[in-house]
Structure formats: structure tokens, C-alpha cells
Design a protein around this ligand. Structure first.
Ligand code: 9MR
Length: 369
């Protein structure tokens, strides 16, 4: 509902009025000419243990990504032993709802199956053995879901914020070549699947430049790469939105799709502006200021910044093909536990009671054309 107040058009957000909310368009319909709307899904959700989240996802989202169940430590916990159960259910969940299903992630230093880069006495394996293990892992996983997964995060978090290569086991054993090899193997396993590279803090200039150079190199080698994933674990005071937008433009100029792959925005004081899992700190009460709900001014600031972020996505809808939230509602977000476990955060588009947040209600209430 809109009313004129003091000459200004004001959108009234009637969060408590169910009938109004019920008349809203779904997120996926509203953005259907712009980009896919995705959500990361935990196994508990696919298992039917969270009916409210299930309703939200079914109604509002047209893409899902596996939050954890396709990572190597889950899907191949021991060499040659594949655990397909959760990933099978996840893929079927998306198919049953006609969604674009995204695979996450094939080659990543974190949540890496502990056996992957080591021999039986704990030394790194040779380059040839690691290549073999990468090829087998990628062929098995991508091959199993051939034709059913729209695209894969092939390599995750390979570059540091300063633009240098992350010193992971893959890098230490194979050098920079582990990235083109991973893309080659993924394309062999499913020639029709889209292939993406993905990282956090993509707004940082040195990281941006390194990814643009890397993607150009992959393309020059004739390898398939369809998308650059900007995770977008952001906060109230980072990133600088100008820098963020520059990255969208730079990535778009490579000819790849730009994907916002893991969007969430913390409402809490910033302790760390990245998503490097090793960078957590111990709980301190004074870093958890809103355990019982967000004060009105912080809530307003969060929603207003999210308006600005959505405006950037819409402005660049020509290059952005998907906006995926890293979850659905605040209660299930990893950010409650990162970078400090036990905080109460408010990063997602639905609150702890599964209500849509004001920025999105406002968005959906406005007439598009
Ligand atoms: O949301 C995921 C959380 O449940 C896991 O404990 C965590 C462990 O690494 O991974 C989270 O997802 C990460 C994603 O796979 C890659 N980018 C950063 C995400 C947040 O850590």
C-alpha cells in the first residue's frame, strides 16, 4: 500500500498484515526477467525437518545449492567410498520443484576429505597421484548427476585477498595448474554443465584483478568457464558498494556470467570482513549485542543497505544470472557462529519467524515497470 506523506511517496510496510503479504508476488516471479533466485539448503531441510523453510523455498526460490552435502569430506569421506544419500536427496528435492540445481563444490581446501592430498604416512602425494584423485573425484561426482545439475562451483576460494594464490594442498602439490585441470575434468564428466569459479571478498581490488586474469587465462586455453561467483558474505560497513559494483562490472566484462552465490549480510559489529573458516574467534558477550532482537535503528540500517545492494543487482541484471542467498531465514545461518560462535545474527531475507524482511516486502510491493 502507498500513501503520500508530506509530498513524498512512502511505501507502508505492513509486516503484521498477513493478507497483504499473501498477495505479494513470489521472489522468483518478481525477478524472473533479471536473474535466478537461489538458496543454500542444508540436509535437515531436504529431510523434511523444517517445513516452514520448505514452504519458503518452494514458493520463492527457483534455484538451490548444497550447503554442505556435496563437499569432498561429505561425499567421499574415504578414498573410493562415496556417500551419495544426502546429495541424491538434495538433487531430487530441486528437480521435484523444477529448480536450477547448483553443485557446491568440487575442489576446495576447506572441508576437504582428510585423505585427499596425503599418502598412508601423512606425506603429500605426488602430482600424478593428486591429479588422478582429482579426476576420479570430479568424474564420479559430476558424472553421477550428469544432466541434472545446471552448474558446478568447480574451484572454491583459490585466491587470497592480495591476489596471490592460496597455499592449499592443491597449490602446493600442483601449483597453479590445479585450477585448469579441475575445469578440464569437470567438462569431461558433464560437457553440458556450466562451470564456475567462486570466492569470498571479491570486492577487493587485488582479488578482482587476479580473478579477471585467471578467467582470461582459462578461456585462452580453450577451457569452459561460464560464471564467476561472488560469495557476498557482507556486513553493514563492508564492502564499499562502489568497489563491489566495480567487481561485478569487471567480472561481467570477461564474458562470464556474474553470480552472487552466497549472499548474507551480518547486522552485527564487524569482527572480520572475509569468510575464511580458520579466522574465527572466541565468544565475547560484548560482541553479541542483539540476542533478543534487532533495535529499530539497526533494523532500518540493515534494510536500507539491502535496498542499495538489490538496486546494484538490478542495475547489472544484464550480467548477473543468479542471486543465491546462503540460506533462507536468520535462525539457520552459519553467520550466527562465524567469526564468533554463539552470536545472534540477522543476515538473511526471512527472520527467525520465517517472515519476509521489509526490504523484500517493499521490493515486491513496488510495481516493476
Ligand atoms: O554454511 C556452511 C557451514 O554450514 C559449514 O560449517 C562451513 C564449513 O566450512 O561452510 C559453510 O559454507 C561455506 C561455503 O561452503 C563456502 N563459502 C563460505 C561458506 C560459509 O563458511
Amino acid at each position: 500500500m502507498r500513501i503520500k506523506l508530506g509530498g513524498t511517496l512512502v511505501t507502508l510496510l505492513l509486516m503484521s498484515c498477513n493478507s497483504e503479504k499473501d498477495q505479494l508476488m513470489s521472489m522468483k516471479d518478481y525477478f524472473k526477467n533479471d536473474f535466478l533466485i537461489g538458496a543454500a539448503i542444508p540436509v535437515s531441510h531436504v529431510d523434511g525437518l523444517d517445513r516452514n523453510a520448505d514452504s519458503i523455498v518452494t514458493l520463492h526460490f527457483n534455484s538451490i545449492v548444497a550447503e554442505n552435502c556435496m563437499k569432498s569430506e561429505s561425499i567421499q569421506p574415504e578414498e573410493g567410498r562415496f556417500e551419495w544419500n544426502d546429495a541424491d536427496k538434495f538433487v531430487k528435492y530441486g528437480e521435484d520443484r523444477n529448480m536450477s540445481v547448483i553443485g557446491h563444490t568440487l575442489i576446495w581446501h576447506s572441508q576437504l576429505a582428510p585423505w585427499f592430498p596425503y599418502d598412508s604416512v601423512g606425506n603429500y602425494v605426488s602430482a600424478e597421484v593428486l591429479k588422478d584423485r582429482m579426476r576420479t573425484h570430479i568424474h564420479e561426482v559430476v558424472g553421477r548427476y550428469k544432466g541434472r545439475i545446471k552448474g558446478w562451483d568447480v574451484v572454491n576460494e583459490a585466491i587470497e585477498d592480495d591476489g596471490s594464490y592460496r597455499v592449499s594442498p592443491f597449490y602446493e602439490i600442483l601449483g597453479e595448474e590445479f585450477i585448469p585441470l579441475a575445469f578440464e575434468y569437470a567438462h569431461e564428466a558433464d560437457p553440458d554443465a556450466e562451470l564456475y569459479i567462486n570466492d569470498f571478498s571479491m570486492f577487493k581490488p587485488a582479488k578482482r584483478d587476479a580473478y579477471v586474469a585467471l578467467v582470461k587465462d582459462l578461456k585462452e586455453r580453450g577451457l569452459r568457464i561460464d560464471g564467476i561467483g561472488m560469495q557476498s558474505h557482507i556486513g553493514l560497513d563492508y564492502p564499499d558498494l562502489g568497489e563491489y559494483e566495480k567487481s561485478i562490472e569487471a567480472f561481467g566484462s570477461t564474458g562470464c556470467d556474474v553470480m552472487i552465490t552466497e549472499l548474507d549480510m551480518s547486522a552485527l559489529p564487524t569482527l572480520y570482513d572475509g569468510a575464511n573458516i580458520g579466522s574465527g574467534t572466541e565468544f565475547r558477550e560484548n560482541c553479541n549485542p542483539y540476542p533478543d532482537g534487532l533495535p529499530e535503528d539497526v533494523c532500518k540500517a540493515w534494510n536500507s543497505r539491502m535496498d542499495s545492494v538489490m538496486a546494484i543487482y538490478k542495475k547489472h541484471a544484464d550480467v548477473i544470472s543468479r542471486v543465491t542467498w546462503w540460506g533462507t531465514y536468520d535462525g539457520m545461518s552459519w553467520r550466527n557462529d562465524f567469526p564468533m560462535a554463539g552470536r545472534t545474527d540477522y543476515p538473511l531475507p526471512f527472520d527467525r519467524n520465517y517472515n519476509m524482511k521489509p526490504f523484500m516486502v517493499k521490493e515486491l510491493s513496488e510495481n516493476k515497470n
